[in-house]
Ligand binder design. Structure first.
Ligand SMILES: *Cc1c(COP(=O)(O)O)cnc(C)c1O
Length: 402
Protein backbone atom coordinates (compact mmCIF):
# COMPACT_ATOMS: atom_id res chain seq x y z
CA UNK A 1 0.00 0.00 0.00
CA UNK A 2 1.21 3.49 -0.77
CA UNK A 3 1.77 5.76 2.24
CA UNK A 4 -0.75 8.57 2.68
CA UNK A 5 0.44 12.08 1.82
CA UNK A 6 0.35 13.23 5.44
CA UNK A 7 2.55 10.29 6.46
CA UNK A 8 5.37 11.35 4.16
CA UNK A 9 7.51 14.25 5.38
CA UNK A 10 6.68 17.25 3.15
CA UNK A 11 10.40 17.61 2.58
CA UNK A 12 10.43 14.38 0.58
CA UNK A 13 7.42 14.73 -1.63
CA UNK A 14 8.13 18.35 -2.48
CA UNK A 15 11.90 18.03 -2.66
CA UNK A 16 12.21 20.90 -0.18
CA UNK A 17 15.21 23.14 -0.63
CA UNK A 18 16.48 23.98 2.83
CA UNK A 19 17.29 27.60 3.60
CA UNK A 20 20.92 28.07 2.65
CA UNK A 21 23.75 30.44 3.38
CA UNK A 22 24.47 30.95 -0.31
CA UNK A 23 25.35 34.37 -1.70
CA UNK A 24 22.54 36.78 -2.69
CA UNK A 25 22.84 36.05 -6.43
CA UNK A 26 22.61 32.27 -5.86
CA UNK A 27 19.65 32.71 -3.52
CA UNK A 28 17.84 34.82 -6.16
CA UNK A 29 18.02 31.84 -8.49
CA UNK A 30 17.78 28.83 -6.19
CA UNK A 31 16.49 29.61 -2.71
CA UNK A 32 13.12 27.99 -2.07
CA UNK A 33 12.90 26.33 -5.45
CA UNK A 34 10.72 23.23 -5.56
CA UNK A 35 12.57 20.19 -6.86
CA UNK A 36 10.71 18.39 -9.61
CA UNK A 37 10.98 14.91 -8.12
CA UNK A 38 8.90 13.34 -10.86
CA UNK A 39 10.68 14.51 -14.03
CA UNK A 40 13.81 16.24 -12.68
CA UNK A 41 12.88 19.38 -14.60
CA UNK A 42 15.04 22.42 -13.94
CA UNK A 43 12.36 24.84 -12.72
CA UNK A 44 9.86 24.64 -9.86
CA UNK A 45 6.71 22.72 -10.81
CA UNK A 46 3.46 24.67 -10.48
CA UNK A 47 0.91 23.19 -8.09
CA UNK A 48 -2.46 24.69 -8.92
CA UNK A 49 -4.51 22.51 -6.58
CA UNK A 50 -6.75 24.36 -4.15
CA UNK A 51 -7.64 21.24 -2.21
CA UNK A 52 -5.66 18.47 -0.51
CA UNK A 53 -6.68 15.40 1.50
CA UNK A 54 -8.33 16.25 4.79
CA UNK A 55 -7.36 13.10 6.66
CA UNK A 56 -4.73 13.01 9.36
CA UNK A 57 -3.27 15.94 11.21
CA UNK A 58 -4.61 19.39 11.78
CA UNK A 59 -6.81 20.78 8.98
CA UNK A 60 -5.16 24.21 9.42
CA UNK A 61 -1.82 22.78 8.33
CA UNK A 62 -3.20 21.34 5.08
CA UNK A 63 -2.31 23.35 2.01
CA UNK A 64 -5.09 25.81 1.09
CA UNK A 65 -4.50 29.01 -0.90
CA UNK A 66 -6.00 31.38 1.70
CA UNK A 67 -3.84 29.87 4.43
CA UNK A 68 -0.82 31.08 2.45
CA UNK A 69 0.62 27.54 2.61
CA UNK A 70 0.20 26.01 -0.85
CA UNK A 71 3.51 24.63 -2.15
CA UNK A 72 4.32 27.50 -4.51
CA UNK A 73 3.43 30.18 -1.94
CA UNK A 74 5.33 28.46 0.82
CA UNK A 75 8.48 27.94 -1.21
CA UNK A 76 8.66 31.35 -2.90
CA UNK A 77 8.17 32.96 0.51
CA UNK A 78 11.42 31.24 1.57
CA UNK A 79 13.28 33.00 -1.24
CA UNK A 80 11.74 36.37 -0.33
CA UNK A 81 12.46 35.96 3.40
CA UNK A 82 16.04 34.94 2.70
CA UNK A 83 16.73 37.94 0.41
CA UNK A 84 15.64 40.30 3.23
CA UNK A 85 17.53 38.36 5.94
CA UNK A 86 14.22 37.58 7.63
CA UNK A 87 12.92 34.30 9.02
CA UNK A 88 9.59 34.09 7.23
CA UNK A 89 7.50 35.85 4.59
CA UNK A 90 3.98 35.97 3.22
CA UNK A 91 3.02 36.76 -0.37
CA UNK A 92 -0.03 38.91 -1.11
CA UNK A 93 -2.11 39.88 -4.08
CA UNK A 94 -0.81 43.48 -4.04
CA UNK A 95 1.49 45.77 -2.11
CA UNK A 96 -1.53 47.41 -0.50
CA UNK A 97 -2.86 44.01 0.67
CA UNK A 98 0.51 43.38 2.34
CA UNK A 99 0.51 46.87 3.89
CA UNK A 100 -3.10 46.92 5.12
CA UNK A 101 -3.00 43.36 6.47
CA UNK A 102 0.33 43.86 8.25
CA UNK A 103 -0.86 47.08 9.88
CA UNK A 104 -4.30 45.78 10.88
CA UNK A 105 -2.74 42.66 12.41
CA UNK A 106 -0.66 44.87 14.69
CA UNK A 107 -3.20 47.42 15.96
CA UNK A 108 -6.52 47.59 17.81
CA UNK A 109 -9.05 50.31 18.66
CA UNK A 110 -7.56 53.03 20.83
CA UNK A 111 -3.97 52.37 19.68
CA UNK A 112 -1.83 55.05 18.04
CA UNK A 113 0.60 54.63 15.11
CA UNK A 114 3.25 57.10 13.91
CA UNK A 115 3.70 57.48 10.14
CA UNK A 116 6.38 59.45 8.37
CA UNK A 117 5.09 62.45 6.48
CA UNK A 118 6.14 61.43 2.94
CA UNK A 119 4.23 58.24 2.20
CA UNK A 120 3.06 56.32 -0.84
CA UNK A 121 -0.35 57.83 -1.77
CA UNK A 122 -2.26 54.55 -1.40
CA UNK A 123 -0.92 54.03 2.12
CA UNK A 124 -1.86 57.58 3.13
CA UNK A 125 -5.32 57.07 1.69
CA UNK A 126 -5.73 53.77 3.57
CA UNK A 127 -4.87 55.49 6.86
CA UNK A 128 -7.06 58.50 6.27
CA UNK A 129 -10.13 56.63 5.06
CA UNK A 130 -10.08 53.49 7.23
CA UNK A 131 -8.53 54.28 10.62
CA UNK A 132 -11.30 56.52 11.97
CA UNK A 133 -13.86 53.76 11.38
CA UNK A 134 -11.98 51.50 13.78
CA UNK A 135 -10.96 54.12 16.35
CA UNK A 136 -7.27 53.85 15.48
CA UNK A 137 -5.27 57.01 16.17
CA UNK A 138 -2.39 58.18 13.97
CA UNK A 139 -0.02 61.05 13.46
CA UNK A 140 2.27 62.07 10.63
CA UNK A 141 5.72 63.31 11.59
CA UNK A 142 6.75 66.93 10.91
CA UNK A 143 9.94 65.87 9.20
CA UNK A 144 11.99 62.74 8.60
CA UNK A 145 14.41 63.56 11.42
CA UNK A 146 14.56 60.87 14.17
CA UNK A 147 13.48 63.52 16.69
CA UNK A 148 10.24 64.06 14.77
CA UNK A 149 9.44 60.40 15.37
CA UNK A 150 10.20 60.42 19.10
CA UNK A 151 8.25 63.70 19.47
CA UNK A 152 5.08 61.92 18.33
CA UNK A 153 5.27 59.01 20.80
CA UNK A 154 2.29 58.86 23.16
CA UNK A 155 1.26 56.41 25.89
CA UNK A 156 -0.89 54.46 23.44
CA UNK A 157 1.63 54.38 20.56
CA UNK A 158 2.15 50.82 19.34
CA UNK A 159 4.26 51.26 16.23
CA UNK A 160 6.24 53.40 13.77
CA UNK A 161 5.87 53.09 9.99
CA UNK A 162 8.50 54.42 7.58
CA UNK A 163 9.25 54.47 3.85
CA UNK A 164 12.79 55.21 2.71
CA UNK A 165 13.86 56.32 0.13
CA UNK A 166 10.56 58.18 -0.09
CA UNK A 167 8.37 58.94 -3.07
CA UNK A 168 8.93 61.14 -5.06
CA UNK A 169 11.78 63.18 -3.54
CA UNK A 170 13.97 60.28 -2.39
CA UNK A 171 14.26 61.54 1.16
CA UNK A 172 16.03 59.23 3.59
CA UNK A 173 14.96 58.11 7.09
CA UNK A 174 17.66 57.03 9.56
CA UNK A 175 16.69 53.38 10.13
CA UNK A 176 19.04 52.65 13.04
CA UNK A 177 17.89 55.72 14.98
CA UNK A 178 14.19 55.09 14.39
CA UNK A 179 14.46 51.41 15.30
CA UNK A 180 16.33 52.18 18.52
CA UNK A 181 13.72 54.80 19.48
CA UNK A 182 11.06 52.12 18.97
CA UNK A 183 12.98 49.41 20.82
CA UNK A 184 13.41 51.69 23.80
CA UNK A 185 9.62 52.12 23.94
CA UNK A 186 8.88 48.46 23.19
CA UNK A 187 6.90 49.25 20.03
CA UNK A 188 7.16 47.76 16.53
CA UNK A 189 8.68 49.26 13.39
CA UNK A 190 7.49 48.60 9.86
CA UNK A 191 9.05 49.76 6.58
CA UNK A 192 7.87 49.96 3.01
CA UNK A 193 11.13 48.93 1.29
CA UNK A 194 9.71 48.97 -2.24
CA UNK A 195 11.88 51.76 -3.67
CA UNK A 196 15.18 50.21 -2.56
CA UNK A 197 14.29 46.54 -3.20
CA UNK A 198 16.16 43.83 -1.23
CA UNK A 199 19.14 44.43 -3.52
CA UNK A 200 19.78 47.96 -2.30
CA UNK A 201 18.57 47.93 1.32
CA UNK A 202 17.94 45.29 4.00
CA UNK A 203 16.15 47.05 6.88
CA UNK A 204 16.10 44.02 9.21
CA UNK A 205 19.90 44.41 9.45
CA UNK A 206 19.26 47.91 10.87
CA UNK A 207 16.82 46.73 13.52
CA UNK A 208 13.51 47.23 11.68
CA UNK A 209 10.94 44.55 12.64
CA UNK A 210 8.69 44.17 9.61
CA UNK A 211 9.61 44.75 5.93
CA UNK A 212 7.00 45.20 3.20
CA UNK A 213 7.35 45.22 -0.58
CA UNK A 214 5.03 46.06 -3.38
CA UNK A 215 6.22 43.11 -5.48
CA UNK A 216 4.43 44.81 -8.38
CA UNK A 217 7.62 46.87 -8.59
CA UNK A 218 11.21 45.49 -8.45
CA UNK A 219 10.44 41.94 -7.33
CA UNK A 220 8.17 41.51 -10.37
CA UNK A 221 10.25 43.89 -12.46
CA UNK A 222 8.51 43.54 -15.82
CA UNK A 223 5.43 45.71 -15.23
CA UNK A 224 3.12 42.71 -15.61
CA UNK A 225 2.55 41.25 -12.12
CA UNK A 226 0.55 42.61 -9.18
CA UNK A 227 1.83 41.26 -5.86
CA UNK A 228 3.04 42.17 -2.39
CA UNK A 229 5.14 40.64 0.37
CA UNK A 230 5.89 40.99 4.06
CA UNK A 231 9.02 39.67 5.76
CA UNK A 232 9.75 39.38 9.48
CA UNK A 233 10.53 36.99 12.34
CA UNK A 234 8.64 33.71 12.58
CA UNK A 235 6.62 35.02 15.53
CA UNK A 236 5.56 38.27 13.87
CA UNK A 237 4.67 36.50 10.60
CA UNK A 238 2.50 34.08 12.57
CA UNK A 239 0.55 37.04 13.96
CA UNK A 240 0.15 38.66 10.53
CA UNK A 241 -0.87 35.29 9.05
CA UNK A 242 -3.70 34.95 11.58
CA UNK A 243 -5.22 38.19 10.26
CA UNK A 244 -4.26 37.47 6.65
CA UNK A 245 -6.40 34.30 6.68
CA UNK A 246 -9.38 36.49 7.58
CA UNK A 247 -8.65 39.27 5.09
CA UNK A 248 -7.88 36.78 2.32
CA UNK A 249 -5.27 38.60 0.27
CA UNK A 250 -3.27 35.57 -0.91
CA UNK A 251 -1.78 35.60 -4.40
CA UNK A 252 -2.90 33.00 -6.94
CA UNK A 253 -0.37 30.20 -7.32
CA UNK A 254 -0.01 30.85 -11.02
CA UNK A 255 1.13 34.42 -10.32
CA UNK A 256 3.34 33.17 -7.49
CA UNK A 257 5.07 30.94 -10.03
CA UNK A 258 5.52 33.89 -12.43
CA UNK A 259 6.92 35.96 -9.58
CA UNK A 260 9.48 33.26 -8.84
CA UNK A 261 10.50 33.39 -12.49
CA UNK A 262 10.96 37.16 -12.25
CA UNK A 263 12.90 37.03 -9.04
CA UNK A 264 15.64 34.84 -10.48
CA UNK A 265 16.86 37.93 -12.33
CA UNK A 266 16.22 40.39 -9.47
CA UNK A 267 19.88 41.05 -8.75
CA UNK A 268 21.07 41.51 -12.32
CA UNK A 269 18.11 43.71 -13.21
CA UNK A 270 18.32 45.99 -10.19
CA UNK A 271 22.12 46.17 -10.36
CA UNK A 272 21.97 47.33 -13.97
CA UNK A 273 19.10 49.74 -13.23
CA UNK A 274 21.06 51.18 -10.30
CA UNK A 275 24.25 51.58 -12.35
CA UNK A 276 22.29 53.34 -15.08
CA UNK A 277 20.66 55.60 -12.49
CA UNK A 278 23.97 56.58 -10.93
CA UNK A 279 25.37 57.66 -14.29
CA UNK A 280 22.16 59.35 -15.45
CA UNK A 281 21.80 61.32 -12.20
CA UNK A 282 25.26 62.83 -12.75
CA UNK A 283 24.53 63.64 -16.39
CA UNK A 284 21.16 65.22 -15.58
CA UNK A 285 22.72 67.17 -12.71
CA UNK A 286 24.97 68.88 -15.27
CA UNK A 287 22.13 69.63 -17.70
CA UNK A 288 21.51 73.39 -17.57
CA UNK A 289 17.80 72.94 -18.38
CA UNK A 290 17.31 70.99 -15.16
CA UNK A 291 17.34 73.01 -11.95
CA UNK A 292 17.67 70.16 -9.47
CA UNK A 293 18.14 66.38 -9.37
CA UNK A 294 16.92 64.37 -6.36
CA UNK A 295 18.98 61.19 -6.05
CA UNK A 296 20.59 59.87 -2.86
CA UNK A 297 23.68 58.83 -4.81
CA UNK A 298 24.56 62.46 -5.61
CA UNK A 299 26.90 64.10 -3.11
CA UNK A 300 24.64 67.14 -3.20
CA UNK A 301 21.74 65.09 -1.77
CA UNK A 302 21.15 66.28 1.82
CA UNK A 303 21.15 62.69 3.14
CA UNK A 304 23.87 61.28 0.87
CA UNK A 305 26.07 60.11 3.77
CA UNK A 306 23.13 58.54 5.63
CA UNK A 307 22.02 56.74 2.45
CA UNK A 308 25.59 55.48 1.95
CA UNK A 309 25.67 54.12 5.48
CA UNK A 310 22.39 52.19 5.41
CA UNK A 311 21.85 51.28 1.75
CA UNK A 312 23.84 48.69 -0.20
CA UNK A 313 23.55 51.00 -3.20
CA UNK A 314 21.46 54.06 -4.08
CA UNK A 315 18.68 52.52 -6.16
CA UNK A 316 17.22 53.32 -9.56
CA UNK A 317 14.55 55.89 -8.69
CA UNK A 318 15.17 59.63 -9.02
CA UNK A 319 13.33 62.88 -9.61
CA UNK A 320 14.29 66.19 -11.18
CA UNK A 321 12.90 69.71 -11.56
CA UNK A 322 12.81 71.05 -15.09
CA UNK A 323 13.62 74.74 -15.51
CA UNK A 324 10.65 77.13 -15.42
CA UNK A 325 10.86 77.72 -19.18
CA UNK A 326 10.43 74.02 -20.04
CA UNK A 327 6.85 72.93 -20.76
CA UNK A 328 6.20 69.66 -18.90
CA UNK A 329 3.50 68.39 -21.25
CA UNK A 330 5.59 69.10 -24.35
CA UNK A 331 8.50 67.32 -22.64
CA UNK A 332 6.41 64.23 -21.84
CA UNK A 333 5.03 64.11 -25.39
CA UNK A 334 8.48 64.43 -26.96
CA UNK A 335 10.03 61.38 -25.30
CA UNK A 336 10.65 58.56 -27.78
CA UNK A 337 12.06 55.64 -25.76
CA UNK A 338 10.95 56.53 -22.26
CA UNK A 339 7.27 55.97 -21.60
CA UNK A 340 4.93 57.76 -19.24
CA UNK A 341 3.87 55.31 -16.52
CA UNK A 342 2.02 55.55 -13.23
CA UNK A 343 3.96 52.65 -11.77
CA UNK A 344 7.69 52.01 -11.59
CA UNK A 345 10.63 49.63 -11.33
CA UNK A 346 10.21 47.72 -14.59
CA UNK A 347 13.07 46.94 -16.95
CA UNK A 348 11.68 49.69 -19.17
CA UNK A 349 12.39 53.30 -18.13
CA UNK A 350 9.28 55.30 -17.25
CA UNK A 351 8.49 58.88 -16.23
CA UNK A 352 5.78 60.15 -13.95
CA UNK A 353 4.47 63.66 -13.24
CA UNK A 354 3.74 63.53 -9.46
CA UNK A 355 1.75 66.78 -9.36
CA UNK A 356 -0.87 65.29 -11.70
CA UNK A 357 -0.66 61.63 -10.67
CA UNK A 358 0.53 60.22 -7.34
CA UNK A 359 0.19 63.56 -5.54
CA UNK A 360 -2.68 64.99 -7.58
CA UNK A 361 -5.18 64.70 -4.73
CA UNK A 362 -3.11 66.83 -2.37
CA UNK A 363 -3.72 70.57 -2.14
CA UNK A 364 -1.11 72.92 -3.61
CA UNK A 365 -0.21 73.89 -0.06
CA UNK A 366 0.38 70.27 1.02
CA UNK A 367 2.54 69.77 -2.07
CA UNK A 368 4.50 72.94 -1.34
CA UNK A 369 5.21 71.71 2.20
CA UNK A 370 6.63 68.45 0.83
CA UNK A 371 8.54 70.28 -1.92
CA UNK A 372 6.67 68.74 -4.84
CA UNK A 373 6.88 71.40 -7.53
CA UNK A 374 4.94 71.80 -10.77
CA UNK A 375 8.04 70.99 -12.86
CA UNK A 376 8.94 67.85 -10.93
CA UNK A 377 9.46 64.68 -12.98
CA UNK A 378 9.99 61.25 -11.40
CA UNK A 379 12.17 58.84 -13.33
CA UNK A 380 12.20 55.05 -12.87
CA UNK A 381 15.39 53.92 -14.59
CA UNK A 382 15.31 50.67 -16.56
CA UNK A 383 17.96 48.51 -18.20
CA UNK A 384 18.27 50.28 -21.57
CA UNK A 385 21.56 52.02 -22.49
CA UNK A 386 22.06 55.09 -20.30
CA UNK A 387 23.39 56.91 -23.37
CA UNK A 388 20.11 56.35 -25.24
CA UNK A 389 18.13 57.33 -22.14
CA UNK A 390 20.06 60.57 -21.66
CA UNK A 391 19.78 61.41 -25.34
CA UNK A 392 16.01 60.85 -25.17
CA UNK A 393 15.56 63.07 -22.11
CA UNK A 394 17.82 65.80 -23.50
CA UNK A 395 16.17 65.98 -26.93
CA UNK A 396 12.70 66.09 -25.31
CA UNK A 397 13.75 68.93 -23.01
CA UNK A 398 15.27 70.90 -25.92
CA UNK A 399 12.02 70.57 -27.90
CA UNK A 400 10.00 71.88 -24.93
CA UNK A 401 11.78 75.14 -24.12
CA UNK A 402 9.44 78.07 -24.47
C1 LIG B 1 3.21 50.75 -5.69
C2 LIG B 1 3.58 50.97 -4.27
C3 LIG B 1 2.78 50.47 -3.24
C4 LIG B 1 1.48 49.73 -3.49
O1 LIG B 1 1.66 48.55 -4.16
P1 LIG B 1 0.52 47.85 -5.07
O2 LIG B 1 1.17 46.62 -5.54
O3 LIG B 1 0.17 48.83 -6.15
O4 LIG B 1 -0.65 47.61 -4.17
C5 LIG B 1 3.20 50.69 -1.94
N1 LIG B 1 4.32 51.37 -1.68
C6 LIG B 1 5.11 51.88 -2.64
C7 LIG B 1 6.34 52.63 -2.29
C8 LIG B 1 4.77 51.70 -3.98
O5 LIG B 1 5.54 52.21 -4.93
Amino acid sequence: MLPRLDQIPKKLYLGLQMVTKNKFSTRCVHEGEIKDTMYQGIVSPLFMSTTYPWFGGDSETKPYPRYFNTPNQEFLSKKIASLENGEKALIFTSGMAAISTSIMANVKSGDHIIFQDDLYGGTRNFIQTEFDKFGIEYSFTNSLDPKSFSDEIKDNTVGIYVETPSNPLLKIVDLKSVSSIAKEKGIWTMIDNTFASPVNQNPIDHGIDIVIHSATKYLGGHSDISAGAVISSELRIEKILNSAKNFGGNLSDYTVWLLERSMKTLLIRVKEQTNNAKILAKMLDENTNISRVYYPGLESHPSHELAKSQMNDFGAMMSFDLNKNVDVYDFLKSLKIIKPGMSLAGVETTVNFPMKTSHGLMTQEERDIQGIGDKLIRLSVGIESYEDLYEDLDQAIKLSIK
